[in-house]
Design a protein around this ligand. Structure first.
Ligand code: ZN
Length: 459
């Protein structure tokens, strides 16, 4: 399998340290709010990676963290604490916020048909591992206690700091423009443990050798991944926005603490989702687009998944409702064709399986994998039952539930209009009934009047 490694900036033949088990770590959500659809693109890419590895015959051990402490609004040590911000916004405790948004994230994962990680670890359950790693860094000369009592990583002491991000001296100096913090010896130094931060009323606090406080954000991933996957492992993923700060700092921490390099052999990063104007208008102020917002507009989460698979994970993807509509139409067409294949048992077609395997093994070329799926479904030389067997195998990677019936959720607003319309029909108020049909139509649904009553379907 060829995977593009951010460390070397090239595609490389993937070789796991232990061929019997690929060890995979993916950075999880900060549970202070709903995930936006851009975040979810990264999780879909990571899901495809996991499924592709399994398709190629590897056993995978997948670990994902849940950030429920220590993440400030800036990835560097600036801004508000994200969890406290969420708690203030909703008048709840940080613990309640963490629980609520962890559940919301899990629901999104399920709706996008993401395979559950083998281990999901919460930062607040692993404070001891983080303290131990900070202690090791201190012993190895990579950490210092500043005048304010916080413990910082000494980036000048770590020879290869910023190597993956290719942060040269110029970039490092650019970091100095952000905010001068007199407690840091260098502007790129970052907090390992906060004692007397500006968030003195922080609810989440623990005792430590440096005083009561809470961990910095980056330390959780290096500490928990080491705990579950060992001091050196195969793959670590996240969004490209994690390269310059979060992942750069994770590498410095892990390698500084253990003295072993490279900590992780292969780094994969997913590119951004960019909102086109029509999508920008669908959000306002701090309201960003969530999966639920797409569902409320009549989309099936798997239509969003299909939309994502149309672009390579390393390319920027432009989101617009027109593009999502195209994905919706395509997926429905594909599912309709699969439904017509019947349900007889067939045999996987070796030629198509080979082509599909070549596509996913080429750095997860999903647009190509989808093209092969369409070629197969339209290929007259393959029998229906063999097509079905082959498509089911493809779907272990695509994750589109291609052999299941199209599923859609009806938003409450549409349901209420339908009830009202049924009543208008009972009252033989045809004008009102037509008016309500138009309203339902505007919301993207079609009314079907059947003998047993009316129902709505997405248009
Ligand atoms: Zn992380």
């Amino acid at each position: 399998m060829q995977l593009y490694n951010t460390l070397t900036r090239q595609k490389e033949e993937f070789k796991p340290v232990d061929p019997s088990e690929v060890k995979l770590y993916t950075c999880g959500p900060t549970v202070y709010n709903y995930a936006h659809i851009g975040n979810l693109r990264t999780y879909v890419f990571e899901d495809i990676l996991r499924r592709a590895l399994e398709f190629e015959g590897y056993l995978v051990n997948h670990v994902m963290n849940i950030t429920d402490v220590g993440h400030l609004t800036s990835d560097a040590d600036e801004g508000e604490d994200k969890m406290a911000k969420g708690a203030k916004r909703e008048g709840k405790t940080v613990w309640e916020i963490a629980e609520y948004y962890t559940d919301a994230f899990m629901r999104d994962m399920e709706r996008l048909n993401l395979v559950e990680p083998h281990i999901k670890c919460k930062a607040t359950d692993h404070i001891q591992e983080m303290i131990d790693q900070v202690k090791a860094l201190e012993e190895n000369g990579y950490a210092y206690v500043a005048e304010n009592g916080n413990v910082y990583f000494d980036t000048a002491a770590f020879k290869d700091y910023g190597a993956m991000a290719q942060l040269d001296k110029q970039n490092l100096e650019a970091g100095a423009r952000i905010e001068v913090d007199d407690n840091k010896r260098s502007p790129n130094d970052f907090a390992l443990w906060f004692v007397t931060s500006k968030h003195g009323d922080q609810d989440m606090q623990w005792d430590s050798p440096w005083g009561r406080g809470f961990p910095g954000w980056h330390i959780e991933c290096s500490a928990m991944s080491t705990r579950y996957l060992g001091e050196q492992f195969d793959i670590h993923c996240g969004g490209i926005d994690h390269i310059p700060v979060h992942h750069t700092n994770e590498i410095a921490q892990a390698e500084g603490a253990t003295g072993k390099s490279p900590w992780v052999n292969t780094w994969l990063h997913g590119n951004f989702l960019v909102l086109e104007d029509d999508a920008k208008m669908a959000k306002s102020g701090e309201n960003f687009l969530t999966l639920q917002a797409l569902i409320d507009k009549g989309y099936d989460p798997l239509e969003y998944r299909y939309f994502i698979l149309n672009a390579h994970y390393r390319k920027e993807l432009r989101f617009s409702f027109d593009n999502l509509d195209a994905a919706k139409t395509a997926l429905r067409k594909l599912k309709t064709k699969v439904a017509k294949l019947g349900d007889k048992e067939g045999t996987e077609n070796a030629k198509y399986i080979e082509e599909f395997s070549a596509a996913v093994s080429d750095d997860l070329n999903m647009p190509q994998a989808l093209a092969i799926t369409w070629n197969l479904i339209d290929d007259d030389k393959v029998s229906d039952e063999d097509k079905l067997a082959t498509i089911k195998k493809f779907d272990t990677v695509l994750g589109l539930k291609l052999d299941e019936e199209i599923h859609f959720e009806i938003p409450a607003e549409v349901q209420e209009l339908l009830i009202e319309r049924n009543k208008a029909r009972e009252d033989k108020d045809w004008a009102k009934s037509d008016e309500l049909r138009d309203k339902i139509d505007e919301l993207g649904f079609e009314v079907h009047d059947l003998s047993g009553g009316s129902e709505v379907r997405p248009k």
